[in-house]
Design a protein around this ligand. Structure first.
Ligand code: ZN
Length: 304
């Protein structure tokens, strides 16, 4: 069982502190304000990720897939320059970002594309994806195209063993996502439901946890939805209720305004800013290690 990084497979124990939902380079022009929505400065990415490395970070999962500005050759260079392990993604994000193949290919052929990116390489390189992510749904219902992507992702998961990380909108349709993946035979223990922990009511989060899926608490540092003090309280409560081994913490940095150069908190905020809040809420250091190191290593390891 190894982890597939942009520089090849590594032992899971080599990762260290891992952010499971970030964007190193990304283009979200269809959903965010245009200037803020594009991270395409490779030198700036290196500088910003150096701060994470200096703070004790070891690995970053880049959730950027086809249609979102993915550049795996740049990711490989950034990984070499920063000393961080970077894991690249395969899959399709949400409808505004879908490439035409999502609508045209049969589901099994869409799965073939993902398997190809996991097993051979992305964009005519030998740089392989290490996760199927981030695949998303919207607010009110799952569209036919989104369902095709989820079914294809599920089949690619079953053929390869790679994990799936989902994008959800306002914590909607989280159980519907799991239902499709389970219908295809995916073990919920290989799935992360993403963008959780922003709401006062944690019923949906518990419902996911009870099915055995990972919980992506990955909006840490986003002040619009929730304060981090409240997020820390929610994490502490989930830990007390026995779900420490399913929690994954991340920042989902995808805007210029969150980078230090533009006045944001930067990639080291999880370790430097949020971990102290968890300690204040009574979360034991060993449990923090579980969430930051052990859970990502287990999630990302498969027979690759
Ligand atoms: Zn994301």
């Amino acid at each position: 069982m190894r982890v597939m990084t942009v520089n090849g497979p590594v032992e899971p124990s080599a990762l260290g502190v891992t952010h499971c939902h970030e964007h190193v380079l990304v283009d979200l022009r269809h959903s965010l304000s245009k200037f803020d929505a594009i991270l395409d400065d490779e030198e700036l990415a290196v500088d910003e990720l150096h701060a994470l490395r200096s703070a004790g970070g070891g690995a970053v999962v880049d959730m950027t897939n086809a249609g979102m500005g993915r550049d795996v050759q740049a990711l490989r260079r950034i990984a070499l320059e920063t000393g961080l392990h970077i894991i690249a993604s395969t899959g399709y994000y949400t409808e505004p970002y879908y490439t035409q193949e999502v609508y045209r290919l049969p589901i099994n052929r869409l799965a073939d594309v993902m398997v190809q990116e996991l097993e051979a390489g992305i964009d005519d390189t030998d740089i392989r994806a290490g996760i199927i992510a981030e695949i998303g749904t919207g607010r009110d219902f799952i569209t036919p195209a989104e369902e095709r992507v989820f079914r294809a992702a599920a089949r690619a998961q079953r053929r390869t063993g790679a994990a799936i990380y989902t994008h959800t909108y306002l914590e909607q349709l989280v159980l519907e996502q799991l239902e499709i993946l389970r219908d295809e035979g995916v073990d919920p223990g290989r799935v992360v439901v993403g963008h959780l922990g922003d709401f006062r009511n944690l019923d949906r989060v518990y419902a996911i946890a009870e099915q055995g899926a990972y919980l992506g608490i990955d909006h840490i540092g986003m002040r619009v939805q929730q304060t981090d003090r409240q997020r820390a309280k929610s994490v502490a409560r989930l830990v007390r209720d026995g779900f420490a081994s399913q929690l994954l913490l991340s920042l989902d940095i995808c805007q210029k305004s969150r980078l230090q150069w533009y006045g944001g908190a930067g990639y080291d905020y999880l370790l430097a800013g949020f971990v102290p809040l968890l300690l204040e809420e009574g979360v034991e250091p060993a449990v923090i290690q579980t969430m930051l190191v052990e859970n990502p290593a287990r999630l990302l390891a498969y027979d690759c």
